[in-house]
Unconditional design. Structure first.
Length: 318
């Protein structure tokens, strides 16, 4: 008859009996090695999830730059690659640091003094380099949110110019006079981007008050119609030319406005096209050297007023 222990032996019992044969010091080493192996395995699994986080950053950055008409494919790629490198580096560093600290604790090293020392060192470094850290944080979010990019016409802290260079820490701006301004990203408080998505080409006109309001509107609507039918303007603009007004009345003149949305890099071309149409529609009077509103009014008046009023001269006209 066999002993009962041999008959009813379980894996746990066998493991306990095996461990009883191993010296306590060796057992501690084995347990510590198993803990370290599990920690490293968990860290490796977390590192494998870093690409998922990177894809989230890429998606967010792509959405942030979707409305930018000035970004080239290369600009967007460089911005996204910069963000991915930063996120990947920071994430891997955090995971690696945690794995090292937990591994030291697993092998019996008291990590409390290490954490306390690291905290003190971190505070000291933070006080000494807080401006640099702030620069990098602000630069990261400027890139992530696509607030501006190289080539954009912006106003940073009341300084206007074109962005020539930008990094995680520094933004370089050149003003219209050619002066170069260096901004630490941490010191950027306000940004006005004049090339974000679209701009308005605006032409303000002062029509004589003796031309009826509906007559001025008809003249300007003819200008807008002719401009809207121009193939070059259709390619450069993001909508039809709009007639806005009357806006202001000064007694002698009434202010009107022509405006149209356009791509930032083509807004000047659209504005020139509008001016050319105005000059063609409202020829300059050789005597007064001003736009001949009266002649333009005479052209549109027959289709706007009853025939009996066609011969009535506008009050106050020359």
């Amino acid at each position: 008859m066999q002993p009962r222990s041999a008959t009813h032996a379980t894996p746990a019992t066998l493991l306990h009996e095996f461990l009883a044969l191993i010296p306590p010091t060796v057992q501690k080493v084995l347990f510590a090695a198993v803990k370290v192996a599990l920690i490293l395995l968990a860290a490796q699994l977390l590192v494998r999830f870093v690409p998922v986080f990177e894809r989230l950053v890429v998606r967010r950055a792509s959405l942030g730059g979707a409305a930018r008409a000035t970004d080239s494919v290369l600009d967007q790629r460089q911005r996204v690659e910069t963000l991915v490198r930063v996120v990947s580096s920071v994430t891997r560093t955090v995971i690696g640091s945690l794995a090292i600290v937990m591994s030291l604790g697993a092998i019996g090293i008291d990590i409390a003094p290490l954490i306390a020392g690291a905290g003190i060192a971190g505070v000291a470094i933070g006080f000494g380099a807080q401006s640099i850290v702030k620069d990098y944080f602000n630069g990261f979010f400027i890139l992530l949110e696509s607030q501006f990019a190289v080539g954009d016409h912006v106003v940073i802290n009341t300084v206007e110019g074109v962005v020539e260079e930008m990094s995680m820490r520094l933004t370089v701006l050149r003003d219209p006079s050619g002066n170069v301004h260096f901004f630490q990203n941490g010191n950027i408080s306000t940004v006005s981007n004049k090339t974000y998505g679209w701009l308005r080409a605006v032409i303000t006109l002062a029509a004589p008050s003796y031309i009826p309001t509906h007559g001025v509107r008809a003249i300007l609507e003819d200008v807008a119609k002719d401009t809207n039918e121009d193939p070059a303007l259709k390619e450069a603009s993001l909508g039809p030319v709009e007639v806005i007004g009357p806006l202001e009345f000064t007694g002698a003149t009434v202010t009107w406005r022509l405006q149209v949305k356009a791509r930032p890099r083509e807004v000047h071309e659209v504005r020139m096209k509008l001016i050319a149409e105005i000059q063609e529609r409202l020829a300059v009077d050789p005597k007064s050297k001003e736009l001949d509103w009266l002649a333009a009014w005479e052209k549109v008046k027959p289709r706007l007023t009853p025939p009996a009023l066609n011969d009535v001269a506008p009050r106050g006209g020359p």
